[in-house]
Design a protein around this ligand. Structure first.
Ligand SMILES: Nc1ncnc2c1ncn2[C@@H]1O[C@H](COP(=O)(O)OP(=O)(O)O)[C@@H](O)[C@H]1O
Ligand SMILES: [Mg+2]
Length: 398
Protein backbone atom coordinates (compact mmCIF):
# COMPACT_ATOMS: atom_id res chain seq x y z
CA UNK A 1 0.00 0.00 0.00
CA UNK A 2 1.16 3.51 -0.81
CA UNK A 3 2.90 5.40 2.01
CA UNK A 4 2.14 8.71 0.33
CA UNK A 5 0.83 11.30 2.76
CA UNK A 6 -2.88 11.72 2.30
CA UNK A 7 -3.77 14.90 0.38
CA UNK A 8 -5.73 16.91 2.96
CA UNK A 9 -8.11 18.43 0.43
CA UNK A 10 -9.35 14.95 -0.44
CA UNK A 11 -10.78 14.65 3.09
CA UNK A 12 -12.65 17.94 3.01
CA UNK A 13 -16.33 17.17 3.37
CA UNK A 14 -15.78 13.42 3.49
CA UNK A 15 -18.55 11.94 5.64
CA UNK A 16 -16.95 9.45 7.99
CA UNK A 17 -18.93 7.18 10.26
CA UNK A 18 -16.55 6.20 13.06
CA UNK A 19 -17.80 3.32 15.18
CA UNK A 20 -15.99 3.34 18.51
CA UNK A 21 -15.26 6.20 20.91
CA UNK A 22 -11.49 5.73 20.80
CA UNK A 23 -11.54 6.79 17.16
CA UNK A 24 -12.23 10.35 18.31
CA UNK A 25 -8.44 10.65 18.70
CA UNK A 26 -8.16 10.65 14.91
CA UNK A 27 -10.39 13.68 14.41
CA UNK A 28 -7.69 16.22 15.13
CA UNK A 29 -5.11 14.07 13.37
CA UNK A 30 -5.30 12.08 10.15
CA UNK A 31 -9.09 12.64 9.85
CA UNK A 32 -8.78 16.45 10.05
CA UNK A 33 -11.07 18.06 7.50
CA UNK A 34 -13.58 15.22 7.40
CA UNK A 35 -17.08 15.35 8.86
CA UNK A 36 -16.76 12.64 11.47
CA UNK A 37 -19.78 11.15 13.22
CA UNK A 38 -18.85 9.07 16.26
CA UNK A 39 -21.37 6.35 16.96
CA UNK A 40 -21.99 2.82 18.18
CA UNK A 41 -22.61 -0.26 16.08
CA UNK A 42 -26.36 0.19 16.58
CA UNK A 43 -26.13 3.36 14.46
CA UNK A 44 -25.60 1.18 11.40
CA UNK A 45 -28.44 -1.15 12.23
CA UNK A 46 -30.87 1.67 12.93
CA UNK A 47 -30.07 4.25 10.27
CA UNK A 48 -28.03 2.39 7.69
CA UNK A 49 -25.04 4.03 6.09
CA UNK A 50 -26.36 5.79 3.00
CA UNK A 51 -25.04 9.07 4.38
CA UNK A 52 -21.45 7.85 4.90
CA UNK A 53 -18.57 7.98 2.45
CA UNK A 54 -16.37 5.90 4.71
CA UNK A 55 -16.98 3.63 7.70
CA UNK A 56 -14.25 3.09 10.26
CA UNK A 57 -14.81 0.40 12.86
CA UNK A 58 -12.72 -0.01 16.00
CA UNK A 59 -12.59 -3.79 16.42
CA UNK A 60 -11.34 -3.45 20.00
CA UNK A 61 -14.51 -1.62 21.05
CA UNK A 62 -16.95 -4.36 20.16
CA UNK A 63 -17.27 -8.05 20.74
CA UNK A 64 -16.53 -10.31 17.76
CA UNK A 65 -20.09 -11.62 17.44
CA UNK A 66 -21.53 -8.10 17.12
CA UNK A 67 -18.81 -7.16 14.64
CA UNK A 68 -19.53 -10.26 12.61
CA UNK A 69 -23.21 -9.31 12.33
CA UNK A 70 -22.40 -5.79 11.19
CA UNK A 71 -19.87 -6.90 8.61
CA UNK A 72 -22.25 -9.50 7.27
CA UNK A 73 -24.97 -6.82 7.04
CA UNK A 74 -22.59 -4.62 5.04
CA UNK A 75 -21.72 -7.51 2.76
CA UNK A 76 -25.41 -8.11 2.10
CA UNK A 77 -25.85 -4.57 0.75
CA UNK A 78 -25.35 -3.87 -2.93
CA UNK A 79 -22.86 -0.99 -2.60
CA UNK A 80 -21.55 -0.49 0.92
CA UNK A 81 -19.18 2.44 1.47
CA UNK A 82 -15.49 1.71 1.83
CA UNK A 83 -14.91 0.18 5.25
CA UNK A 84 -11.81 0.17 7.41
CA UNK A 85 -11.46 -2.12 10.41
CA UNK A 86 -8.80 -1.10 12.91
CA UNK A 87 -7.68 -2.62 16.17
CA UNK A 88 -5.15 -4.62 18.10
CA UNK A 89 -7.31 -7.72 18.09
CA UNK A 90 -8.84 -8.31 14.67
CA UNK A 91 -11.00 -11.46 14.80
CA UNK A 92 -10.13 -13.69 11.84
CA UNK A 93 -13.73 -14.49 10.85
CA UNK A 94 -14.63 -10.80 10.87
CA UNK A 95 -11.58 -9.93 8.79
CA UNK A 96 -12.35 -12.66 6.30
CA UNK A 97 -15.92 -11.44 5.79
CA UNK A 98 -14.85 -7.82 5.71
CA UNK A 99 -12.32 -8.36 2.97
CA UNK A 100 -15.01 -9.82 0.78
CA UNK A 101 -16.46 -6.31 0.49
CA UNK A 102 -15.62 -4.47 -2.70
CA UNK A 103 -13.66 -1.77 -0.87
CA UNK A 104 -12.38 -2.66 2.57
CA UNK A 105 -9.13 -2.80 4.44
CA UNK A 106 -7.75 -3.60 7.87
CA UNK A 107 -5.16 -1.85 9.97
CA UNK A 108 -3.41 -3.45 12.93
CA UNK A 109 -3.08 -1.20 15.96
CA UNK A 110 -0.84 0.46 16.90
CA UNK A 111 -0.54 2.35 13.62
CA UNK A 112 1.02 5.67 12.76
CA UNK A 113 -1.00 8.66 11.54
CA UNK A 114 0.79 8.33 8.18
CA UNK A 115 -0.13 4.70 7.89
CA UNK A 116 -3.73 5.42 8.78
CA UNK A 117 -3.93 8.32 6.34
CA UNK A 118 -2.42 6.29 3.51
CA UNK A 119 -4.87 3.44 4.13
CA UNK A 120 -7.85 5.80 4.14
CA UNK A 121 -6.55 7.55 1.03
CA UNK A 122 -6.24 4.32 -0.86
CA UNK A 123 -9.74 3.26 0.21
CA UNK A 124 -11.67 6.43 -0.54
CA UNK A 125 -9.78 7.36 -3.66
CA UNK A 126 -10.13 3.78 -4.91
CA UNK A 127 -6.45 3.87 -5.54
CA UNK A 128 -5.81 0.47 -4.05
CA UNK A 129 -5.03 -1.68 -7.02
CA UNK A 130 -6.58 -5.16 -6.86
CA UNK A 131 -3.06 -6.47 -7.16
CA UNK A 132 0.26 -4.74 -7.13
CA UNK A 133 0.82 -2.82 -10.35
CA UNK A 134 2.67 -4.32 -13.26
CA UNK A 135 6.36 -3.97 -12.73
CA UNK A 136 5.98 -4.39 -8.96
CA UNK A 137 8.65 -6.52 -7.37
CA UNK A 138 7.89 -10.18 -7.90
CA UNK A 139 8.99 -12.90 -5.52
CA UNK A 140 11.46 -15.57 -6.28
CA UNK A 141 9.41 -18.73 -6.25
CA UNK A 142 10.70 -22.26 -5.66
CA UNK A 143 8.56 -25.37 -5.92
CA UNK A 144 9.33 -28.51 -3.89
CA UNK A 145 7.80 -31.81 -4.88
CA UNK A 146 8.40 -35.40 -3.75
CA UNK A 147 9.35 -38.21 -6.12
CA UNK A 148 7.34 -40.62 -3.97
CA UNK A 149 5.13 -40.08 -0.94
CA UNK A 150 7.10 -39.66 2.26
CA UNK A 151 10.34 -38.60 0.61
CA UNK A 152 10.44 -35.40 2.67
CA UNK A 153 9.02 -32.71 0.36
CA UNK A 154 6.96 -31.04 3.07
CA UNK A 155 9.78 -31.25 5.61
CA UNK A 156 12.26 -29.68 3.21
CA UNK A 157 9.77 -27.04 2.00
CA UNK A 158 9.35 -25.91 5.62
CA UNK A 159 13.10 -25.90 6.31
CA UNK A 160 13.87 -24.09 3.05
CA UNK A 161 11.28 -21.41 3.82
CA UNK A 162 12.71 -21.07 7.34
CA UNK A 163 16.29 -20.86 6.06
CA UNK A 164 15.26 -18.13 3.61
CA UNK A 165 13.83 -16.11 6.51
CA UNK A 166 17.26 -15.97 8.12
CA UNK A 167 18.64 -14.30 4.97
CA UNK A 168 16.10 -11.48 5.21
CA UNK A 169 16.49 -8.43 7.38
CA UNK A 170 14.23 -8.77 10.47
CA UNK A 171 13.20 -5.14 9.95
CA UNK A 172 11.56 -6.15 6.69
CA UNK A 173 8.84 -8.13 8.47
CA UNK A 174 6.91 -10.67 6.44
CA UNK A 175 8.89 -11.72 3.46
CA UNK A 176 8.55 -15.45 2.94
CA UNK A 177 5.35 -17.36 2.21
CA UNK A 178 5.06 -21.14 2.26
CA UNK A 179 2.08 -22.36 0.24
CA UNK A 180 0.83 -25.90 0.74
CA UNK A 181 -0.85 -26.85 -2.53
CA UNK A 182 -1.78 -30.32 -1.27
CA UNK A 183 -5.37 -29.22 -0.75
CA UNK A 184 -6.74 -32.66 0.07
CA UNK A 185 -4.30 -33.69 2.77
CA UNK A 186 -1.53 -31.13 3.14
CA UNK A 187 0.65 -31.61 6.19
CA UNK A 188 2.55 -28.30 6.36
CA UNK A 189 0.14 -26.70 8.84
CA UNK A 190 0.21 -29.76 11.10
CA UNK A 191 4.03 -29.95 10.95
CA UNK A 192 4.20 -26.28 11.94
CA UNK A 193 1.54 -26.60 14.64
CA UNK A 194 -0.46 -23.94 12.79
CA UNK A 195 -4.12 -23.62 11.91
CA UNK A 196 -4.84 -23.64 8.16
CA UNK A 197 -6.96 -20.68 7.05
CA UNK A 198 -7.10 -20.74 3.26
CA UNK A 199 -10.56 -21.26 1.75
CA UNK A 200 -10.12 -21.16 -1.99
CA UNK A 201 -13.28 -22.98 -3.00
CA UNK A 202 -15.37 -19.88 -2.15
CA UNK A 203 -13.50 -17.95 -4.85
CA UNK A 204 -13.45 -20.47 -7.63
CA UNK A 205 -15.97 -18.48 -9.66
CA UNK A 206 -14.83 -14.99 -8.71
CA UNK A 207 -11.06 -15.02 -8.71
CA UNK A 208 -10.87 -11.28 -9.29
CA UNK A 209 -11.90 -10.86 -5.65
CA UNK A 210 -8.65 -12.50 -4.59
CA UNK A 211 -6.30 -9.61 -4.06
CA UNK A 212 -3.50 -8.65 -1.71
CA UNK A 213 -5.93 -7.77 1.09
CA UNK A 214 -7.92 -10.97 0.73
CA UNK A 215 -4.75 -13.02 0.79
CA UNK A 216 -4.06 -11.64 4.27
CA UNK A 217 -7.30 -13.17 5.51
CA UNK A 218 -6.03 -16.57 4.34
CA UNK A 219 -2.55 -16.57 5.77
CA UNK A 220 -1.49 -18.11 9.03
CA UNK A 221 1.47 -16.22 10.53
CA UNK A 222 4.18 -18.68 11.57
CA UNK A 223 7.00 -16.33 12.59
CA UNK A 224 7.43 -12.57 12.18
CA UNK A 225 8.91 -13.29 8.74
CA UNK A 226 7.11 -16.41 7.60
CA UNK A 227 3.47 -16.79 6.58
CA UNK A 228 1.76 -20.04 5.71
CA UNK A 229 -1.02 -20.50 3.18
CA UNK A 230 -2.64 -23.86 3.74
CA UNK A 231 -6.14 -25.28 3.51
CA UNK A 232 -7.90 -27.52 5.99
CA UNK A 233 -8.00 -31.16 4.98
CA UNK A 234 -10.78 -31.83 2.47
CA UNK A 235 -10.96 -34.90 0.24
CA UNK A 236 -13.01 -33.00 -2.38
CA UNK A 237 -10.82 -29.90 -2.43
CA UNK A 238 -9.01 -30.60 -5.70
CA UNK A 239 -12.36 -30.71 -7.51
CA UNK A 240 -13.79 -27.74 -5.61
CA UNK A 241 -10.92 -25.31 -6.19
CA UNK A 242 -10.67 -23.93 -9.70
CA UNK A 243 -7.45 -23.71 -11.68
CA UNK A 244 -7.93 -19.95 -11.93
CA UNK A 245 -8.21 -19.59 -8.15
CA UNK A 246 -4.96 -21.49 -7.55
CA UNK A 247 -3.07 -19.50 -10.17
CA UNK A 248 -4.47 -16.27 -8.82
CA UNK A 249 -3.31 -17.05 -5.28
CA UNK A 250 0.16 -17.76 -6.61
CA UNK A 251 0.19 -14.55 -8.60
CA UNK A 252 -0.94 -12.41 -5.68
CA UNK A 253 1.46 -14.15 -3.29
CA UNK A 254 4.36 -13.46 -5.62
CA UNK A 255 3.43 -9.79 -5.52
CA UNK A 256 3.21 -9.73 -1.72
CA UNK A 257 6.38 -11.52 -0.60
CA UNK A 258 10.06 -11.69 -1.51
CA UNK A 259 10.10 -15.48 -1.48
CA UNK A 260 7.31 -17.95 -2.20
CA UNK A 261 7.88 -21.65 -1.52
CA UNK A 262 5.39 -24.14 -2.95
CA UNK A 263 4.80 -27.56 -1.41
CA UNK A 264 3.51 -29.16 -4.63
CA UNK A 265 1.36 -32.30 -4.86
CA UNK A 266 3.08 -35.13 -6.73
CA UNK A 267 0.12 -35.86 -8.98
CA UNK A 268 -0.39 -33.44 -11.80
CA UNK A 269 -3.41 -31.15 -11.50
CA UNK A 270 -4.87 -28.84 -14.13
CA UNK A 271 -2.74 -25.99 -12.74
CA UNK A 272 0.50 -27.85 -11.99
CA UNK A 273 2.41 -27.07 -15.17
CA UNK A 274 1.54 -23.38 -15.05
CA UNK A 275 2.42 -23.18 -11.36
CA UNK A 276 5.80 -24.81 -12.00
CA UNK A 277 6.28 -22.62 -15.06
CA UNK A 278 6.00 -19.56 -12.84
CA UNK A 279 8.76 -20.82 -10.53
CA UNK A 280 12.40 -20.11 -10.96
CA UNK A 281 13.46 -23.36 -9.29
CA UNK A 282 11.81 -26.77 -9.11
CA UNK A 283 13.26 -29.20 -6.57
CA UNK A 284 12.36 -32.89 -6.76
CA UNK A 285 12.98 -34.59 -3.42
CA UNK A 286 13.87 -38.26 -3.44
CA UNK A 287 14.88 -40.73 -0.82
CA UNK A 288 17.70 -43.18 -1.40
CA UNK A 289 15.78 -46.22 -2.52
CA UNK A 290 15.84 -47.61 -6.01
CA UNK A 291 12.09 -47.07 -6.66
CA UNK A 292 12.26 -43.49 -5.38
CA UNK A 293 15.29 -42.70 -7.54
CA UNK A 294 13.59 -44.09 -10.63
CA UNK A 295 10.47 -42.09 -9.79
CA UNK A 296 12.61 -38.97 -9.30
CA UNK A 297 14.19 -39.44 -12.71
CA UNK A 298 10.79 -39.95 -14.39
CA UNK A 299 9.19 -37.01 -12.58
CA UNK A 300 12.08 -34.70 -13.46
CA UNK A 301 11.85 -35.75 -17.11
CA UNK A 302 8.08 -35.18 -17.09
CA UNK A 303 8.45 -31.71 -15.61
CA UNK A 304 11.27 -30.93 -17.99
CA UNK A 305 9.16 -31.90 -21.01
CA UNK A 306 6.09 -30.06 -19.73
CA UNK A 307 7.95 -26.82 -19.08
CA UNK A 308 9.91 -27.01 -22.28
CA UNK A 309 12.48 -24.58 -20.96
CA UNK A 310 16.10 -24.77 -20.04
CA UNK A 311 15.28 -24.86 -16.36
CA UNK A 312 15.82 -28.45 -15.39
CA UNK A 313 14.35 -29.58 -12.10
CA UNK A 314 17.02 -30.16 -9.46
CA UNK A 315 17.05 -33.38 -7.50
CA UNK A 316 17.61 -33.31 -3.75
CA UNK A 317 18.44 -36.62 -2.07
CA UNK A 318 16.91 -36.70 1.37
CA UNK A 319 17.65 -38.81 4.45
CA UNK A 320 21.26 -39.59 3.61
CA UNK A 321 22.64 -41.76 6.37
CA UNK A 322 26.31 -42.19 7.12
CA UNK A 323 25.84 -45.81 7.99
CA UNK A 324 23.00 -47.54 6.24
CA UNK A 325 20.98 -50.32 7.72
CA UNK A 326 20.72 -52.85 4.90
CA UNK A 327 21.79 -52.32 1.31
CA UNK A 328 21.14 -48.78 0.10
CA UNK A 329 22.57 -47.01 -2.92
CA UNK A 330 25.56 -44.75 -2.37
CA UNK A 331 25.37 -41.20 -3.65
CA UNK A 332 27.32 -42.27 -6.75
CA UNK A 333 25.00 -45.21 -7.37
CA UNK A 334 22.04 -42.93 -6.84
CA UNK A 335 23.29 -40.53 -9.48
CA UNK A 336 23.75 -43.45 -11.84
CA UNK A 337 20.11 -44.46 -11.32
CA UNK A 338 19.04 -40.84 -11.76
CA UNK A 339 21.17 -40.52 -14.90
CA UNK A 340 22.15 -37.07 -13.70
CA UNK A 341 23.89 -35.35 -10.83
CA UNK A 342 21.91 -34.63 -7.70
CA UNK A 343 21.80 -31.00 -6.67
CA UNK A 344 22.26 -31.69 -2.99
CA UNK A 345 21.93 -34.22 -0.22
CA UNK A 346 20.19 -33.78 3.11
CA UNK A 347 21.23 -35.93 6.05
CA UNK A 348 18.89 -38.19 7.90
CA UNK A 349 17.95 -37.19 11.42
CA UNK A 350 14.82 -38.94 12.53
CA UNK A 351 14.97 -37.65 16.08
CA UNK A 352 15.09 -34.01 14.97
CA UNK A 353 12.40 -34.48 12.31
CA UNK A 354 10.05 -36.33 14.66
CA UNK A 355 10.64 -34.01 17.61
CA UNK A 356 9.89 -30.95 15.49
CA UNK A 357 6.64 -32.20 14.01
CA UNK A 358 5.53 -33.38 17.42
CA UNK A 359 6.32 -30.03 19.01
CA UNK A 360 5.01 -28.15 15.96
CA UNK A 361 7.54 -25.98 14.15
CA UNK A 362 10.58 -26.07 11.90
CA UNK A 363 13.52 -28.34 12.71
CA UNK A 364 15.62 -25.17 12.63
CA UNK A 365 13.65 -23.96 15.67
CA UNK A 366 13.53 -27.13 17.75
CA UNK A 367 16.78 -28.78 16.70
CA UNK A 368 18.91 -25.95 15.26
CA UNK A 369 22.05 -28.11 15.41
CA UNK A 370 20.56 -30.91 13.31
CA UNK A 371 22.45 -31.90 10.17
CA UNK A 372 19.15 -31.39 8.29
CA UNK A 373 19.32 -27.68 9.15
CA UNK A 374 22.97 -27.45 8.14
CA UNK A 375 22.40 -29.22 4.80
CA UNK A 376 19.28 -27.21 3.94
CA UNK A 377 21.13 -24.02 4.77
CA UNK A 378 23.94 -24.90 2.41
CA UNK A 379 21.45 -25.71 -0.36
CA UNK A 380 19.50 -22.49 0.17
CA UNK A 381 22.62 -20.35 0.29
CA UNK A 382 23.87 -21.86 -2.93
CA UNK A 383 20.61 -21.55 -4.84
CA UNK A 384 19.74 -18.11 -3.52
CA UNK A 385 23.16 -16.78 -4.42
CA UNK A 386 22.63 -17.73 -8.04
CA UNK A 387 20.96 -15.11 -10.17
CA UNK A 388 17.21 -15.91 -10.31
CA UNK A 389 16.58 -18.18 -13.24
CA UNK A 390 13.92 -16.59 -15.36
CA UNK A 391 10.57 -18.30 -15.02
CA UNK A 392 8.81 -19.61 -18.10
CA UNK A 393 6.21 -16.87 -17.65
CA UNK A 394 8.88 -14.19 -17.69
CA UNK A 395 10.54 -15.76 -20.71
CA UNK A 396 7.26 -15.74 -22.59
CA UNK A 397 6.64 -12.11 -21.72
CA UNK A 398 10.08 -11.08 -23.00
N1 LIG B 1 16.09 -35.74 6.53
C1 LIG B 1 15.20 -36.41 7.26
N2 LIG B 1 15.60 -37.19 8.28
C2 LIG B 1 14.71 -37.88 9.01
N3 LIG B 1 13.39 -37.85 8.82
C3 LIG B 1 12.92 -37.10 7.82
C4 LIG B 1 13.78 -36.32 7.01
N4 LIG B 1 13.02 -35.68 6.09
C5 LIG B 1 11.75 -36.03 6.34
N5 LIG B 1 11.67 -36.88 7.38
C6 LIG B 1 10.47 -37.51 7.92
O1 LIG B 1 9.93 -38.31 6.90
C7 LIG B 1 8.51 -38.35 6.98
C8 LIG B 1 7.91 -37.95 5.64
O2 LIG B 1 8.28 -36.60 5.38
P1 LIG B 1 7.31 -35.57 4.62
O3 LIG B 1 8.03 -34.29 4.62
O4 LIG B 1 5.93 -35.63 5.17
O5 LIG B 1 7.32 -36.23 3.15
P2 LIG B 1 6.41 -35.89 1.87
O6 LIG B 1 5.92 -34.48 2.04
O7 LIG B 1 7.35 -36.03 0.72
O8 LIG B 1 5.31 -36.89 1.85
C9 LIG B 1 8.13 -37.42 8.11
O9 LIG B 1 7.92 -38.21 9.26
C10 LIG B 1 9.37 -36.55 8.29
O10 LIG B 1 9.50 -36.09 9.62
MG1 LIG C 1 3.98 -33.74 1.93
Amino acid sequence: MSAQPFPVQALAGLRVLALGQALSALIGGPLAGAQVELAGLERLTALGFADADLIIIDADAWDPAALDLIVKALAACPAPPPTLLVGARLPTSVVRNLLRLERADILDAPYSDENFAATVAALVCEKTPAVAPAGAAVARCWAITGAVGGSGATTLAIEIATALCTRQSPAKGKSVCLIDLNFADGAAAAYLGSKPAMKLADFSQSVERLDVAMLQAFVTPVTPQLDLLAAARDPAAFEAVSREAVLRVLEVSCESYDWVILDMPRHRRSWSVEALGGCDEVLVVSELTVPALIAARCLSDEIDRALGSDRKPRIVLNRLAGRMFGPAPSMAEAEKALQRKAEAGVSSDWEAAAASVNLGGPIATHRPKSKIVRDVHALVERLAAEPARRSAAAQKAA
